[in-house]
Design a protein around this ligand. Structure first.
Ligand code: CUA
Length: 319
């Protein structure tokens, strides 16, 4: 019945979001109806000149009314809060089997890259019925990634990484919009999400030009841009080894700890003097302006591929 009132529904999240939206709408209409109904009844019943009893209700009855609607309203609000909050929390809990797509927004296009290195501009191919994690950052100003059919909207920020996920439930082509005003061509910052059957997706992916996967690009950048000069084991410069640090605690000056996740690695590349690793001199220069967001993502993917076991310096690609 409501299907045609809403935009197309093509993801798990869309069904959930619509249910909350319709639930809130129906509750609001019922409450509005009740208020207007009572208003009409009372204004007719107690109109000027009518002879009804105008004495107040006995105190015991009016107290019960008072308690009744206070408690009912509290329950209603707690329920609504729990309902919406659990859906919002779900948007942040990415299933572990999600495929990962890196997204870089810039004025005025969407650049996407699958983990095998396949790159696209203003297009994103994904398989149906499979969770897809988006790891997003912006090269310039704030943009916002919006796929109406998936009810998916998340800001894409410069110098910061945002993540979200979706699971498409229908094959087809869906609009991808930028929904944060980002300059002259904001309105033309359009793309398409193409949801395919798993076999068709696998075929599409293997037909893409041999992209270096992200981790290998990162490995190359790591040596070409001079990271390896200091961070490689056995370097003359006393810099922390990065092998095996992924998602491990890093002791900082001042007794604090950071977790070596994507955000920390990004901060360390762009603002290395802000959080110096305990026991090391603050000698690393900032790479702001020297590495773009795609390159930082690639280096992050490389460090991640090196894993979380500090004792073992693993070669990329070996299990
Ligand atoms: Cu990008 Cu608006």
């Amino acid at each position: 019945m409501f299907g045609r009132l809403m935009p197309e529904t093509a993801s798990l999240q869309a069904v959930l979001t619509d249910r909350i939206f319709l639930g809130l709408t129906i509750a609001s209409v019922l409450i509005l109806g009740l208020v207007i109904g009572l208003l009409l009844v009372f204004s007719i019943r107690f109109r000027r000149g009518s002879t009804v009893n105008r004495h107040p209700l006995p105190e015991i009855v009016s107290r019960e009314f008072e308690i009744g609607w206070t408690v009912a309203t509290i329950f209603l609000f707690v329920f609504i809060f729990w309902w919406a909050a659990s859906a919002e929390i779900g948007a942040y809990s990415v299933p572990p089997n999600a495929i990962e797509i890196h997204v870089v927004a810039k004025q005025w296009m969407w650049k996407t890259q699958a983990s095998n290195g396949a790159r696209e501009i203003n297009e994103l191919h994904v398989p149906v019925n499979r969770p897809v994690k988006l790891i997003m950052t912006s090269q310039d100003v704030i943009h916002s990634f919006f796929v109406p059919a998936f009810r998916l909207k998340r800001d894409v920020l410069p110098d910061q990484q945002t993540e979200t996920w979706f699971q498409a439930t229908k094959t087809g082509t869906f609009h991808l919009l930028c929904t944060e005003y980002c300059g002259t061509d904001h309105a033309r910052m359009l793309g398409r999400v193409i949801v395919m059957e798993p076999e068709a997706y696998a075929r599409w992916l293997s037909a893409q030009p041999e992209g270096d996967d992200l981790a290998h690009q990162g490995e190359r950048l790591f040596s070409e841009r001079g990271c390896a000069g200091c961070h490689a084991p056995g370097s003359a410069v006393h810099a922390p080894s990065l092998a095996g640090i992924w998602e491990r605690p890093v002791p900082l000056e001042g007794g604090r700890f950071a977790t070596a996740d994507a955000g920390y690695i990004r901060d360390s590349i762009l603002q290395p003097s802000r959080d110096v690793v305990a026991g090391y001199a603050p000698v690393m220069p900032s790479y702001a302006g020297l590495l773009d967001d795609g390159e930082i993502q690639a280096i992050t993917a490389y460090l991640r591929a090196l894993g979380s076991e500090p004792a073992v310096v693993r070669e990329l690609g070996t299990p």
